[in-house]
Ligand binder design. Structure first.
Ligand SMILES: [Cu+2]
Length: 328
């Protein structure tokens, strides 16, 4: 009996309340070209207490992505207002040297990056590649393979018939939702126009996937209890301990408001509102002991006249907004 109770405690402790989750609502960069591109992608850290086991990515809820293969990455920054603002592929700890110049990566350097299950050497993180190899930037997620039925995620050698799947796990401890050093919270995901075709990781390159057709910013998933029934898919229980990046410390954050996809009749509301809110910290003021070191600037368009309430909310789970009657 004691054994059973202990087992229940262990299982409950790991899998009920502490799994860390993130979710990115995806929006097209050209609403006229892709009026139905939407949905969301979820990220779940397999272990609540360590990076071992990796992060599971679920693309099953993406909709309206054009048929074919599309490069799929996490990018460095959460400002999804342009391809320049999202930065390069997510590389949390190492120099971005290889993303900024044409320095070829030699075979010798490649040899120092083993293809073992775990390899955190910077040389492994700076090289563009495909999972499941360890020789890839942490933001390299492979390709999406989409049809009218939806999208699958594909790694090296995968085909739609064999290997590609709606839910796949990224290993090698390259990203996290609980570790501030490797956190993907607040970063952007990008769906590109063309396939990521990195056949040879010995050459510099980011895969020739072309421009991004859609972005989404990864936010902390709301606990299931806080979500409207239609979107209550989180298994986090009452808490979600996903953590935003801690290093380098951010002095400025931005929230991009994008026009909604869909029509009012299928749940799309406030379709004319767009803009951004920027919160920044004046470090010189803060270090000098001033109390007015935090500034906020809001640029919004399409809001009907009148007084509107404006809040920060607990989570970054924008599926809240998919239900027009959600009162928050
Ligand atoms: Cu990309």
């Amino acid at each position: 009996m004691l054994y059973l109770i202990l087992l229940a405690l262990i299982v409950g402790g790991v899998y009920s309340a502490d799994i860390t989750e993130g979710v990115a609502l995806v929006r097209p960069n050209d609403l006229a070209a892709h009026p139905n591109l939407g949905g969301y992608v979820t990220f779940k850290q397999v272990s609540a207490t360590s990076l071992a086991g990796g992060v599971t990515v679920d693309v099953s809820q993406l909709t309206g992505v054009p048929a074919g293969r599309h490069g799929f990455h996490i990018h460095q920054f959460g400002d999804s207002s342009s391809s320049e603002k999202v930065g390069g592929h997510f590389v949390p700890l190492c120099s971005m040297r290889r993303a900024l110049d044409d320095t070829p990566i030699t075979g010798g350097e490649i040899l120092t990056c083993g293809d073992a299950a775990l390899n955190r050497d910077c040389k492994c993180d700076e090289i563009h590649g495909f999972p499941p190899s360890a020789k890839r930037m942490p933001g390299d997620l492979g390709n999406l393979d989409c049809t009218a039925d939806g999208c699958l995620l594909c790694f090296t050698g995968d085909t739609r018939q064999s290997g590609c799947a709606a839910v796949k796990t990224l290993e090698q401890e390259k990203m996290s939702l609980s570790d501030v050093l490797r956190s993907v919270v607040g970063r952007s995901i990008a769906i590109h126009k063309r396939p990521d075709t990195t056949p040879n990781i010995t050459q510099f390159g980011l895969g020739d996937a072309g421009p991004a057709i859609a972005f989404g910013t990864i936010g902390i998933t709301a606990p299931a209890a806080a979500l409207p029934p239609a979107t209550a898919t989180s298994t986090s229980g009452d808490t979600n301990v996903a953590a935003p990046p801690g290093k380098p410390k951010a002095e400025k954050t931005i929230c991009i408001f994008r026009k909604n996809v869909g029509t009012a009749s299928d749940g799309g509301v406030n379709q004319d509102i767009e803009g951004r809110a920027i919160v920044s910290i004046d470090l010189s003021k803060k270090l000098a002991g001033a109390t007015d070191y935090c500034n906020m600037r809001v640029e919004m368009y399409g809001v009907e006249q009148g007084v509107k309430s404006f809040h920060f909310h607990d989570h970054g789970d924008l599926r809240y907004g998919l239900t027009s009657n959600a009162e928050l």
